[in-house]
Design a protein around this ligand. Sequence first.
Ligand SMILES: C[S@@+](CC[C@H](N)C(=O)[O-])C[C@H]1O[C@@H](n2cnc3c(N)ncnc32)[C@H](O)[C@@H]1O
Length: 366
Amino acid sequence: MERIVDAENLAKIKREIASLPEIYGKVMVMYYLDELSIAEIAKRLNIPENRVKQRLFAAREKIRKEVFKVSENQQNQQKQINKAKQAMQDPKLYDLWFNFMYGYGYDEDYGNQQEDVNLLLSLIGNGQKNILEACCGTGRVLVPLAEAGHNMTGFDCQVGMLACLYEKAKRLVNAKYYYADAIKSDWGSNFDVVIIACNTIQNIDEPVIISDSEEYKEAQKTFISKSAKALKQGGHLFFTFDLHANPQEYWNCAPSEEYFIDTANIDMSHENPDIFGVRSRSVSGGYQYDAKTQIAHGIYRRITLFPKGERNVSDDPWYQRLLTLGEVHEWLADSGFEIEQEYNGYHKEPIKENQFNNVVIWARKI
Ligand SMILES: C[S@@+](CC[C@H](N)C(=O)[O-])C[C@H]1O[C@@H](n2cnc3c(N)ncnc32)[C@H](O)[C@@H]1O
Protein backbone atom coordinates (compact mmCIF):
# COMPACT_ATOMS: atom_id res chain seq x y z
CA MET A 1 0.00 0.00 0.00
CA GLU A 2 1.42 3.38 -0.99
CA ARG A 3 1.38 6.17 1.51
CA ILE A 4 -1.64 7.59 -0.22
CA VAL A 5 -5.32 6.90 0.05
CA ASP A 6 -8.50 7.73 -1.73
CA ALA A 7 -10.14 10.64 0.17
CA GLU A 8 -13.43 8.80 0.65
CA ASN A 9 -11.58 5.92 2.27
CA LEU A 10 -9.56 8.08 4.66
CA ALA A 11 -12.29 8.23 7.31
CA LYS A 12 -12.78 4.46 7.09
CA ILE A 13 -9.02 3.93 7.45
CA LYS A 14 -8.85 6.19 10.48
CA ARG A 15 -11.63 4.18 12.11
CA GLU A 16 -9.82 0.94 11.29
CA ILE A 17 -6.54 2.25 12.69
CA ALA A 18 -8.32 3.21 15.89
CA SER A 19 -9.60 -0.36 16.21
CA LEU A 20 -6.13 -1.95 15.76
CA PRO A 21 -4.17 -3.23 18.74
CA GLU A 22 -2.08 -0.34 20.07
CA ILE A 23 1.33 -1.53 18.85
CA TYR A 24 0.05 -1.62 15.28
CA GLY A 25 -2.12 1.48 15.50
CA LYS A 26 0.82 3.58 16.66
CA VAL A 27 3.09 2.77 13.72
CA MET A 28 0.23 3.28 11.27
CA VAL A 29 -0.56 6.73 12.68
CA MET A 30 3.12 7.70 12.65
CA TYR A 31 3.70 6.45 9.13
CA TYR A 32 0.51 7.33 7.28
CA LEU A 33 -0.88 10.29 9.16
CA ASP A 34 2.22 11.95 10.69
CA GLU A 35 4.27 10.89 7.63
CA LEU A 36 7.36 9.92 9.63
CA SER A 37 10.01 7.72 8.01
CA ILE A 38 10.57 4.11 9.09
CA ALA A 39 13.90 5.17 10.66
CA GLU A 40 12.24 7.97 12.65
CA ILE A 41 9.49 5.65 13.91
CA ALA A 42 12.05 3.01 14.94
CA LYS A 43 13.98 5.66 16.89
CA ARG A 44 10.91 7.03 18.65
CA LEU A 45 9.59 3.59 19.65
CA ASN A 46 13.07 2.29 20.37
CA ILE A 47 12.59 -0.83 18.23
CA PRO A 48 14.51 -2.11 15.17
CA GLU A 49 13.44 -0.78 11.75
CA ASN A 50 12.50 -4.30 10.66
CA ARG A 51 9.95 -4.58 13.43
CA VAL A 52 8.38 -1.30 12.30
CA LYS A 53 8.08 -2.75 8.82
CA GLN A 54 6.55 -6.00 10.14
CA ARG A 55 3.97 -4.09 12.17
CA LEU A 56 3.12 -1.89 9.22
CA PHE A 57 2.74 -4.92 7.00
CA ALA A 58 0.44 -6.75 9.45
CA ALA A 59 -1.68 -3.66 10.05
CA ARG A 60 -1.95 -2.90 6.34
CA GLU A 61 -3.15 -6.42 5.60
CA LYS A 62 -5.90 -6.10 8.19
CA ILE A 63 -6.98 -2.69 6.90
CA ARG A 64 -6.82 -3.78 3.29
CA LYS A 65 -9.23 -6.61 3.99
CA GLU A 66 -11.69 -4.39 5.80
CA VAL A 67 -11.60 -1.20 3.80
CA PHE A 68 -10.87 -2.23 0.28
CA LYS A 69 -13.32 -5.07 -0.08
CA VAL A 70 -13.52 -6.28 -3.66
CA SER A 71 -15.91 -3.95 -5.44
CA GLU A 72 -18.93 -5.18 -7.33
CA ASN A 73 -17.25 -4.14 -10.54
CA GLN A 74 -14.25 -6.32 -9.81
CA GLN A 75 -16.50 -9.24 -8.91
CA ASN A 76 -18.22 -8.94 -12.27
CA GLN A 77 -14.88 -8.78 -13.96
CA GLN A 78 -13.78 -11.91 -12.11
CA LYS A 79 -16.92 -13.68 -13.36
CA GLN A 80 -16.06 -12.68 -16.92
CA ILE A 81 -12.49 -13.91 -16.46
CA ASN A 82 -13.75 -17.28 -15.20
CA LYS A 83 -16.13 -17.52 -18.14
CA ALA A 84 -13.30 -16.67 -20.52
CA LYS A 85 -11.07 -19.30 -18.93
CA GLN A 86 -13.70 -21.95 -19.66
CA ALA A 87 -13.92 -20.67 -23.20
CA MET A 88 -10.22 -21.31 -23.85
CA GLN A 89 -10.89 -24.96 -24.61
CA ASP A 90 -14.05 -24.47 -26.62
CA PRO A 91 -13.83 -23.38 -30.27
CA LYS A 92 -17.49 -22.36 -30.22
CA LEU A 93 -16.48 -19.63 -27.84
CA TYR A 94 -13.66 -18.47 -30.10
CA ASP A 95 -14.36 -14.75 -29.69
CA LEU A 96 -14.22 -14.94 -25.94
CA TRP A 97 -11.02 -16.96 -26.02
CA PHE A 98 -9.45 -14.59 -28.52
CA ASN A 99 -10.46 -11.52 -26.57
CA PHE A 100 -8.84 -12.94 -23.46
CA MET A 101 -5.65 -14.00 -25.23
CA TYR A 102 -5.38 -10.58 -26.85
CA GLY A 103 -4.47 -9.08 -23.49
CA TYR A 104 -1.80 -11.71 -22.83
CA GLY A 105 -0.44 -11.28 -26.35
CA TYR A 106 -0.32 -7.51 -25.97
CA ASP A 107 1.69 -7.77 -22.79
CA GLU A 108 4.05 -10.29 -24.37
CA ASP A 109 4.75 -7.84 -27.22
CA TYR A 110 4.62 -4.49 -25.44
CA GLY A 111 4.48 -5.19 -21.69
CA ASN A 112 8.14 -4.35 -21.15
CA GLN A 113 8.09 -1.10 -23.07
CA GLN A 114 9.01 1.47 -20.44
CA GLU A 115 10.44 4.44 -22.27
CA ASP A 116 7.12 6.29 -22.47
CA VAL A 117 6.44 5.53 -18.80
CA ASN A 118 9.82 7.01 -17.82
CA LEU A 119 9.24 10.11 -19.91
CA LEU A 120 5.75 10.49 -18.41
CA LEU A 121 7.09 10.21 -14.88
CA SER A 122 9.61 12.97 -15.56
CA LEU A 123 6.97 15.23 -17.19
CA ILE A 124 4.49 14.67 -14.34
CA GLY A 125 7.15 15.63 -11.79
CA ASN A 126 6.96 15.43 -8.02
CA GLY A 127 3.87 15.06 -5.89
CA GLN A 128 0.91 12.74 -6.04
CA LYS A 129 -1.36 13.47 -9.02
CA ASN A 130 -4.86 12.39 -10.05
CA ILE A 131 -4.41 10.80 -13.44
CA LEU A 132 -6.81 9.37 -16.02
CA GLU A 133 -5.59 6.97 -18.67
CA ALA A 134 -8.10 6.66 -21.51
CA CYS A 135 -7.95 3.19 -23.16
CA CYS A 136 -5.57 1.89 -20.52
CA GLY A 137 -5.46 -1.66 -21.96
CA THR A 138 -3.55 -4.10 -19.75
CA GLY A 139 -2.24 -1.35 -17.48
CA ARG A 140 1.21 -1.24 -19.05
CA VAL A 141 1.30 2.49 -18.19
CA LEU A 142 -1.33 2.68 -15.47
CA VAL A 143 0.24 0.11 -13.13
CA PRO A 144 3.78 1.61 -12.90
CA LEU A 145 2.29 5.09 -12.41
CA ALA A 146 0.13 3.75 -9.56
CA GLU A 147 3.21 2.06 -8.13
CA ALA A 148 4.96 5.42 -8.27
CA GLY A 149 2.24 6.73 -5.95
CA HIS A 150 -0.20 8.49 -8.27
CA ASN A 151 -3.98 8.10 -8.01
CA MET A 152 -4.78 6.28 -11.22
CA THR A 153 -8.08 5.85 -13.03
CA GLY A 154 -8.33 4.00 -16.31
CA PHE A 155 -10.92 2.62 -18.68
CA ASP A 156 -10.94 0.36 -21.71
CA CYS A 157 -13.53 -1.46 -23.78
CA GLN A 158 -11.83 -4.84 -24.12
CA VAL A 159 -12.52 -7.33 -21.39
CA GLY A 160 -9.38 -9.32 -22.24
CA MET A 161 -7.17 -6.26 -21.73
CA LEU A 162 -8.94 -5.36 -18.48
CA ALA A 163 -8.62 -8.95 -17.26
CA CYS A 164 -4.81 -8.65 -17.47
CA LEU A 165 -4.96 -5.29 -15.70
CA TYR A 166 -7.15 -6.80 -12.99
CA GLU A 167 -4.51 -9.44 -12.27
CA LYS A 168 -1.76 -6.82 -12.00
CA ALA A 169 -3.62 -4.11 -10.13
CA LYS A 170 -5.78 -5.95 -7.64
CA ARG A 171 -3.37 -5.11 -4.82
CA LEU A 172 -3.04 -1.44 -5.71
CA VAL A 173 -5.59 0.57 -3.75
CA ASN A 174 -4.76 3.71 -5.75
CA ALA A 175 -5.59 2.12 -9.12
CA LYS A 176 -9.20 2.18 -10.32
CA TYR A 177 -10.34 1.01 -13.72
CA TYR A 178 -13.58 0.23 -15.45
CA TYR A 179 -15.12 -0.95 -18.69
CA ALA A 180 -16.20 1.92 -20.96
CA ASP A 181 -16.33 3.03 -24.57
CA ALA A 182 -14.23 6.18 -24.95
CA ILE A 183 -16.59 7.75 -27.45
CA LYS A 184 -19.86 7.26 -25.60
CA SER A 185 -18.76 7.49 -21.98
CA ASP A 186 -18.16 10.46 -19.72
CA TRP A 187 -14.45 10.64 -18.81
CA GLY A 188 -15.00 12.37 -15.47
CA SER A 189 -13.43 15.67 -14.45
CA ASN A 190 -10.80 17.46 -12.42
CA PHE A 191 -7.82 15.28 -13.32
CA ASP A 192 -4.28 16.69 -13.18
CA VAL A 193 -3.14 14.60 -16.14
CA VAL A 194 -4.89 12.69 -18.94
CA ILE A 195 -2.95 10.06 -20.89
CA ILE A 196 -3.70 8.67 -24.35
CA ALA A 197 -0.70 6.45 -25.00
CA CYS A 198 0.62 4.09 -27.64
CA ASN A 199 -1.00 5.43 -30.80
CA THR A 200 -4.47 4.62 -29.46
CA ILE A 201 -6.01 7.61 -31.22
CA GLN A 202 -5.23 5.96 -34.57
CA ASN A 203 -6.51 2.58 -33.42
CA ILE A 204 -10.03 3.35 -32.30
CA ASP A 205 -11.67 0.08 -33.13
CA GLU A 206 -13.98 -0.96 -30.35
CA PRO A 207 -16.69 -1.82 -29.59
CA VAL A 208 -17.67 -1.20 -33.23
CA ILE A 209 -14.97 -0.90 -35.84
CA ILE A 210 -15.09 2.56 -37.39
CA SER A 211 -14.42 2.46 -41.11
CA ASP A 212 -16.08 5.70 -42.20
CA SER A 213 -13.44 8.41 -42.42
CA GLU A 214 -15.64 11.30 -41.22
CA GLU A 215 -16.88 9.25 -38.28
CA TYR A 216 -13.30 8.26 -37.47
CA LYS A 217 -12.15 11.86 -37.64
CA GLU A 218 -14.97 12.93 -35.30
CA ALA A 219 -14.01 10.14 -32.89
CA GLN A 220 -10.38 11.32 -32.91
CA LYS A 221 -11.46 14.90 -32.23
CA THR A 222 -13.69 13.61 -29.43
CA PHE A 223 -10.64 12.08 -27.72
CA ILE A 224 -9.04 15.53 -27.61
CA SER A 225 -12.18 17.40 -26.50
CA LYS A 226 -13.00 14.79 -23.84
CA SER A 227 -9.43 15.04 -22.52
CA ALA A 228 -9.90 18.80 -22.14
CA LYS A 229 -13.19 18.32 -20.26
CA ALA A 230 -11.64 15.72 -17.95
CA LEU A 231 -8.74 18.00 -16.97
CA LYS A 232 -8.67 20.74 -14.39
CA GLN A 233 -7.41 24.10 -15.58
CA GLY A 234 -3.62 23.97 -15.86
CA GLY A 235 -3.74 20.15 -16.13
CA HIS A 236 -1.80 18.31 -18.83
CA LEU A 237 -2.57 15.96 -21.68
CA PHE A 238 0.09 13.41 -22.67
CA PHE A 239 -0.55 11.75 -25.96
CA THR A 240 1.40 9.92 -28.61
CA PHE A 241 0.76 8.90 -32.18
CA ASP A 242 2.59 7.62 -35.25
CA LEU A 243 3.19 10.19 -37.98
CA HIS A 244 3.99 8.54 -41.31
CA ALA A 245 6.01 10.65 -43.76
CA ASN A 246 4.88 8.63 -46.72
CA PRO A 247 1.84 6.54 -45.78
CA GLN A 248 1.10 5.70 -49.40
CA GLU A 249 4.37 3.84 -49.74
CA TYR A 250 4.22 2.33 -46.27
CA TRP A 251 0.69 0.98 -46.37
CA ASN A 252 -0.01 0.07 -49.98
CA CYS A 253 1.13 -3.50 -50.39
CA ALA A 254 -0.28 -6.67 -51.83
CA PRO A 255 -1.61 -9.43 -49.56
CA SER A 256 1.12 -11.86 -48.57
CA GLU A 257 1.15 -15.12 -50.52
CA GLU A 258 0.38 -16.94 -47.32
CA TYR A 259 -2.99 -15.26 -47.27
CA PHE A 260 -4.16 -17.23 -50.29
CA ILE A 261 -3.02 -20.68 -49.23
CA ASP A 262 -5.34 -23.38 -48.05
CA THR A 263 -5.89 -22.13 -44.52
CA ALA A 264 -8.22 -25.03 -43.71
CA ASN A 265 -5.39 -27.54 -44.06
CA ILE A 266 -2.32 -25.49 -43.25
CA ASP A 267 0.16 -27.33 -41.01
CA MET A 268 -0.08 -25.80 -37.55
CA SER A 269 2.22 -28.21 -35.75
CA HIS A 270 5.12 -25.71 -35.84
CA GLU A 271 3.15 -23.07 -33.95
CA ASN A 272 3.87 -23.01 -30.24
CA PRO A 273 0.80 -23.75 -28.13
CA ASP A 274 -0.27 -20.93 -25.80
CA ILE A 275 -0.79 -21.45 -22.08
CA PHE A 276 -4.14 -23.14 -22.84
CA GLY A 277 -2.78 -25.51 -25.47
CA VAL A 278 -4.23 -23.51 -28.37
CA ARG A 279 -2.06 -22.94 -31.46
CA SER A 280 -2.73 -19.92 -33.61
CA ARG A 281 -1.20 -18.09 -36.51
CA SER A 282 -1.94 -14.71 -38.07
CA VAL A 283 -1.36 -13.79 -41.68
CA SER A 284 -1.71 -10.31 -43.06
CA GLY A 285 -4.18 -9.59 -45.79
CA GLY A 286 -2.73 -6.65 -47.68
CA TYR A 287 -2.79 -3.09 -46.56
CA GLN A 288 -4.23 -0.15 -48.41
CA TYR A 289 -4.02 3.56 -47.83
CA ASP A 290 -6.35 6.18 -49.27
CA ALA A 291 -4.70 9.60 -49.16
CA LYS A 292 -8.03 11.41 -49.55
CA THR A 293 -9.71 9.84 -46.51
CA GLN A 294 -6.43 9.22 -44.61
CA ILE A 295 -7.73 5.70 -43.94
CA ALA A 296 -5.33 2.76 -43.87
CA HIS A 297 -6.90 -0.67 -43.68
CA GLY A 298 -6.15 -4.35 -43.96
CA ILE A 299 -7.22 -7.78 -42.79
CA TYR A 300 -5.74 -10.15 -40.29
CA ARG A 301 -6.56 -13.76 -41.01
CA ARG A 302 -6.23 -15.86 -37.91
CA ILE A 303 -6.03 -19.65 -38.02
CA THR A 304 -6.58 -21.33 -34.69
CA LEU A 305 -6.12 -24.96 -33.74
CA PHE A 306 -7.80 -25.98 -30.48
CA PRO A 307 -6.43 -28.76 -28.27
CA LYS A 308 -9.08 -31.26 -29.39
CA GLY A 309 -8.23 -30.69 -33.06
CA GLU A 310 -10.92 -28.22 -34.11
CA ARG A 311 -9.91 -25.32 -36.31
CA ASN A 312 -11.18 -21.81 -36.61
CA VAL A 313 -10.34 -19.41 -39.44
CA SER A 314 -11.41 -15.81 -39.03
CA ASP A 315 -10.80 -12.64 -40.97
CA ASP A 316 -10.65 -9.48 -38.91
CA PRO A 317 -10.58 -6.19 -40.75
CA TRP A 318 -8.84 -3.23 -39.14
CA TYR A 319 -8.93 0.46 -39.95
CA GLN A 320 -6.72 3.33 -38.88
CA ARG A 321 -7.22 6.98 -39.72
CA LEU A 322 -3.75 8.49 -40.00
CA LEU A 323 -3.33 11.90 -38.47
CA THR A 324 -1.52 14.94 -39.77
CA LEU A 325 0.41 17.12 -37.36
CA GLY A 326 -1.53 20.15 -38.61
CA GLU A 327 -4.96 18.77 -37.72
CA VAL A 328 -3.76 17.64 -34.30
CA HIS A 329 -2.46 21.16 -33.57
CA GLU A 330 -5.79 22.62 -34.70
CA TRP A 331 -7.90 20.26 -32.52
CA LEU A 332 -5.71 20.92 -29.50
CA ALA A 333 -6.06 24.68 -29.93
CA ASP A 334 -9.86 24.33 -30.44
CA SER A 335 -10.15 22.40 -27.17
CA GLY A 336 -8.17 25.04 -25.26
CA PHE A 337 -4.74 23.38 -25.10
CA GLU A 338 -1.34 24.98 -25.39
CA ILE A 339 1.45 22.63 -26.49
CA GLU A 340 4.30 22.89 -24.00
CA GLN A 341 6.48 20.11 -25.35
CA GLU A 342 6.47 18.15 -28.59
CA TYR A 343 8.98 15.45 -29.49
CA ASN A 344 9.81 12.61 -31.78
CA GLY A 345 10.14 9.58 -29.51
CA TYR A 346 10.65 9.26 -25.80
CA HIS A 347 14.15 10.73 -25.66
CA LYS A 348 13.09 14.25 -26.52
CA GLU A 349 14.33 14.28 -30.11
CA PRO A 350 12.92 17.06 -32.31
CA ILE A 351 10.20 16.28 -34.87
CA LYS A 352 11.85 15.66 -38.24
CA GLU A 353 10.28 16.41 -41.59
CA ASN A 354 9.96 13.74 -44.27
CA GLN A 355 10.52 10.79 -42.01
CA PHE A 356 8.54 8.64 -39.61
CA ASN A 357 7.97 10.32 -36.21
CA ASN A 358 6.59 8.86 -33.03
CA VAL A 359 4.98 12.12 -31.94
CA VAL A 360 4.82 12.82 -28.21
CA ILE A 361 2.78 15.80 -27.06
CA TRP A 362 2.59 17.35 -23.61
CA ALA A 363 -0.10 20.06 -23.69
CA ARG A 364 -1.52 22.28 -20.94
CA LYS A 365 -5.20 23.11 -20.60
CA ILE A 366 -5.32 26.90 -20.42
C1 LIG B 1 -2.65 0.20 -28.43
S1 LIG B 1 -3.60 -0.26 -27.03
C2 LIG B 1 -2.88 0.81 -25.81
C3 LIG B 1 -3.09 0.33 -24.38
C4 LIG B 1 -2.40 1.19 -23.31
N1 LIG B 1 -2.86 2.56 -23.37
C5 LIG B 1 -0.88 1.15 -23.48
O1 LIG B 1 -0.29 2.19 -23.74
O2 LIG B 1 -0.31 0.08 -23.32
C6 LIG B 1 -5.13 0.53 -27.42
C7 LIG B 1 -6.24 0.26 -26.43
O3 LIG B 1 -7.32 1.10 -26.76
C8 LIG B 1 -8.53 0.41 -26.47
N2 LIG B 1 -9.61 1.06 -27.22
C9 LIG B 1 -9.70 1.24 -28.56
N3 LIG B 1 -10.84 1.86 -28.87
C10 LIG B 1 -11.48 2.11 -27.68
C11 LIG B 1 -12.71 2.73 -27.33
N4 LIG B 1 -13.54 3.25 -28.25
N5 LIG B 1 -13.05 2.82 -26.01
C12 LIG B 1 -12.25 2.31 -25.06
N6 LIG B 1 -11.07 1.69 -25.33
C13 LIG B 1 -10.70 1.60 -26.62
C14 LIG B 1 -8.23 -1.02 -26.90
O4 LIG B 1 -9.11 -1.93 -26.29
C15 LIG B 1 -6.78 -1.17 -26.43
O5 LIG B 1 -6.72 -1.70 -25.15
